[in-house]
Design a protein around this ligand. Structure first.
Ligand SMILES: [Mg+2]
Length: 370
């Protein structure tokens, strides 16, 4: 007997970002999740999420008014069919951005239903065998002083992380010399064994970025992320030809088509597409396959609780990203979400995503934000 989708509910949870945190190109005001709950006739509930840093209300409205009505009565196992129907239905109003955040959250919820119905964790459905995945701590905002930066990263190491990521591009990317000093101070504080990732958040042109990369090469960065504007694919390729430090990008790409263009242009060594924006698990499995065909790394951006099963299942999956900024709202939104231990996250022995919402928090926060 086939189960059917009966009801879809969307909640917004958010929290202000305090302390005036900035990266090279952006100040953060708030963060949070758009949460999609899909209920079936047989009483299974699937959970999916996307971001709502900006535009959560629009995402919720799109799901409530355009997507949910078309899900009612459908088989939740038809993820490929439904993905393609919605891709066609929505293509005129967005093949990137908020539209894809909405579609991604819905797709993730359907996969959660599949796992729960079968009584299997998602990594089993993906064919994976790993139950523990390396995770790195991510923070190090450009708005920090040099001392604050070193102190935060030291705290990451004290918590057991052996891979850490910080922002570069202080003063809006206008002072790469200061960034070189910051990277030197970090390497001196960390010693040689901690892997150090640098994220420039789109701030430079290719020439400036390559010069910076070559100046910090002696401090052994593991990779440099988004050194130029994410859509400047020729610029990413130029950067890559100018330095041997690996290039990571893709958190702003959507679908297999966006990742295909990065790979065809030889514009990435590590692909960081984010399943909560790029098209859910249905699309991320295809993106992961593309990265294998090009023999590059696969390391999805943020949302480690969602990406845990996927990275565990993909042979070229490098690690998860744990944004320290999200730790508080994640701990409040989910009951007993997995936490890193000694730089690894372990997959809970539970069906689907293995996540449960803390509904007291979600409903109270949703109410307050409406
Ligand atoms: Mg980034």
């Amino acid at each position: 007997m086939t189960d059917r989708i009966e009801r879809v509910v969307v909640h917004l949870v958010s929290a202000p970002v305090l302390g005036g945190l900035e990266d090279a190109t952006r100040k953060l005001d708030s963060l949070g999740y758009t949460i999609v709950r899909v209920f079936t006739k047989d009483g299974v509930e699937g959970i999916g999420v996307t971001y709502n840093e900006v535009g959560g209300e629009a995402t919720k409205t799109l799901i409530d008014t355009a997507i949910a009505p078309k899900l009612i009565g459908r088989d939740p196992f038809d993820t490929e069919v439904l993905w393609n129907e919605f891709f066609a239905y929505l293509r005129g109003v967005g093949r990137k951005g908020l539209t894809f955040g909405a579609l991604s959250a819905v797709d993730i919820a359907l996969w959660d239903i599949k796992g729960k119905t079968l009584g299997l964790p998602l990594y089993k459905l993906f064919g994976g065998g790993r139950t523990s995945v390396p995770v790195y701590a991510s923070g190090g905002w450009t708005s920090y002083s040099d001392d604050e930066l070193v102190e935060e990263v030291q705290g990451m190491v004290d918590r057991g992380f052996t891979t850490v990521k910080v922002k570069v591009g202080v003063e809006g990317g206008t002072n790469p010399g200061s960034d070189v000093v910051r990277v030197r101070k970090l390497r001196e504080a960390l010693g040689p064994d901690i892997r150090l990732l640098l994220d420039a958040n789109n701030c430079w042109d290719a020439a400036t970025a390559a010069r910076f990369a070559n100046r910090v090469a002696e401090y052994d960065p593991f990779l440099i992320e988004e050194p130029v504007f994410a859509d400047d694919i020729p610029g990413l390729a130029r950067f890559k030809r100018g330095t041997d430090i690996p290039l990571a990008t893709g958190e702003h790409e959507y679908t297999r088509y966006g990742v295909r263009d990065l790979l065809l242009a030889d514009a990435a060594d590590v692909i960081q597409a984010d399943g909560t924006r790029a098209g859910g698990f249905t699309e991320m499995l295809k993106i992961a396959a593309l990265t294998q065909a090009w023999n590059v790394g696969f390391a999805p951006h943020a949302m480690e609780n969602i990406h845990l099963h996927l990275v565990a299942s993909v042979p070229n999956g490098l690690f998860l990203e744990r944004l320290l900024l999200f730790e508080d709202i994640t701990a409040r939104t989910f009951a007993d979400a997995p936490v890193p231990v000694e730089g690894h996250m372990h997959i809970p022995d539970l069906p689907g995503l293995g996540l449960a919402l803390d509904l007291d928090f979600v409903l109270a926060n949703d109410e307050a934000s409406n």
